[in-house]
Write a protein that binds this ligand. Structure first.
Ligand SMILES: Cc1cc2nc3c(=O)[nH]c(=O)nc-3n(C[C@H](O)[C@H](O)[C@H](O)COP(=O)(O)OP(=O)(O)OC[C@H]3O[C@@H](n4cnc5c(N)ncnc54)[C@H](O)[C@@H]3O)c2cc1C
Length: 319
């Protein structure tokens, strides 16, 4: 997201309507897609893949964990208890169900317990195309997206790892750090199927005949954007879990750094160092999915002075 100066325009564009009390990523992304499609239908169609009414594989299947002993029964119990928790927290907008591997069908992660969790909160996007569509939509609305907007007007520092390092330096302790992730894109047309979580690897079929696999989680690294043998291991594990991926062409290997705050939650609110300015950082592993909601609460705070940000998400939780 970078540092957005001129928050009035930046935030109004991202504030795509209220999500209600519950945070429902699929619904937020649907709104974002709707908003982008108005600006550039062709670009948006390629960017956000699962927001079309049907068929919708915007769901995920993950194995009920197995330790290969009698703790499997406890694991299954826990997964089933969470059906009720999800019903309560997700307010009917999405569901979490334990189903048998037989019910799941052929496209299913291996699960020694014989059961998998199927959730419909999951949605999938093509991040780069989504960002391109967002920029196009902003341009249609008359907003210039520039690399350095200068330090004027309403400023929110959404500067990822650089912003966390600035806080580390100022406070003389670790407020946040970067966690590198390596991922790969395979040429593999899986069709209209759910994304899978197998052996701690996400396997995400895209609508364009490609399939993403990721990712590593590295606290120690020299180069934030290089890939190495750790990614080969991720690809191997994905292929072992889903043998039909064997031999698929690896089209692209890439890496990035996830900004992780000490509390592991997003840091949203008044900037602890820059008076009168704001911070949106620490998205860690959910920063992309949460972006529309983050934009919404930041716009409310910056433009209307309303603070609907939970304490756990305030910068102070990591200082
Ligand atoms: C392999 C991998 C897989 C992931 N998968 C998912 C996923 O499935 N779902 C999900 O929700 N999230 C996922 N994430 C995490 C997600 O990418 C991050 O949470 C998100 O990118 C954080 O966004 P951000 O804008 O806060 O920070 P960043 O993406 O780090 O962006 C910060 C930007 O600010 C720029 N910048 C720094 N200083 C300045 C300055 N002074 N002026 C202007 N610009 C500046 C930087 O160059 C950078 O471009 C994944 C991450 C990785 C690496």
């Amino acid at each position: 997201m970078g540092r957005l100066a001129g928050a009035a325009s930046a935030c109004s564009c991202l504030s795509v309507g209220s999500s209600g009390d519950g945070t429902n990523i699929a619904e937020l992304v649907r709104k974002l897609w709707f908003w982008m499609v108005c600006a550039d239908p062709a670009l948006a169609r390629g960017a956000v893949e699962d927001m079309l009414p049907s068929p919708s594989p915007a769901l995920a299947l993950r194995a009920v964990p197995s330790a290969g002993d009698d703790s499997d029964a406890r694991s299954l119990d826990l997964a089933r208890q969470r059906e009720g928790t999800a019903d309560k927290l997700w307010q009917g907008q999405a569901e979490w169900r334990v189903i048998s591997t037989a019910q799941a069908g052929a496209w299913c992660p291996p699960s020694p317990t014989g059961f998998v969790i199927r959730d419909t909160l999951t949605a999938r996007m093509h991040p780069r195309r989504a960002c391109a569509a967002l920029v196009a939509a902003l341009e249609v609305m008359g907003v210039d997206v520039v690399n350095d907007g200068g330090n004027k007007g309403q400023v929110v520092h959404a500067t990822g790892l650089a912003g966390l390092q600035e806080l580390n330096d100022a406070y003389g302790k670790t407020v946040g750090n970067g966690v590198k992730g390596q991922a790969a894109l395979l040429r593999f047309d899986a069709g209209e199927v759910p994304q899978l979580f197998a052996d701690a690897i996400h396997i995400v079929p895209h609508a364009d005949g490609t399939l993403a696999i990721g990712s590593t989680s590295e606290r120690e690294y020299d180069d934030p954007i290089s890939t190495d043998g750790a990614l080969d291991d991720v690809i191997d594990r994905a292929t072992r879990a889903l043998p039909l991926l064997h031999g698929a062409e690896v089209m692209e290997r890439w890496a990035g750094v996830r900004p992780r705050s000490k509390s592991r939650a997003p840091m949203l609110g008044a900037h602890p160092l820059h008076q009168g300015q704001f911070i949106a950082n620490g998205g860690f592993k959910i920063g992309f999915g949460m972006a529309p909601k983050i934009a919404e609460v930041m716009a409310e705070l910056m433009l209307e002075g309303r603070g609907a940000i939970p304490d756990d998400f305030q910068p102070g939780a990591s200082l």
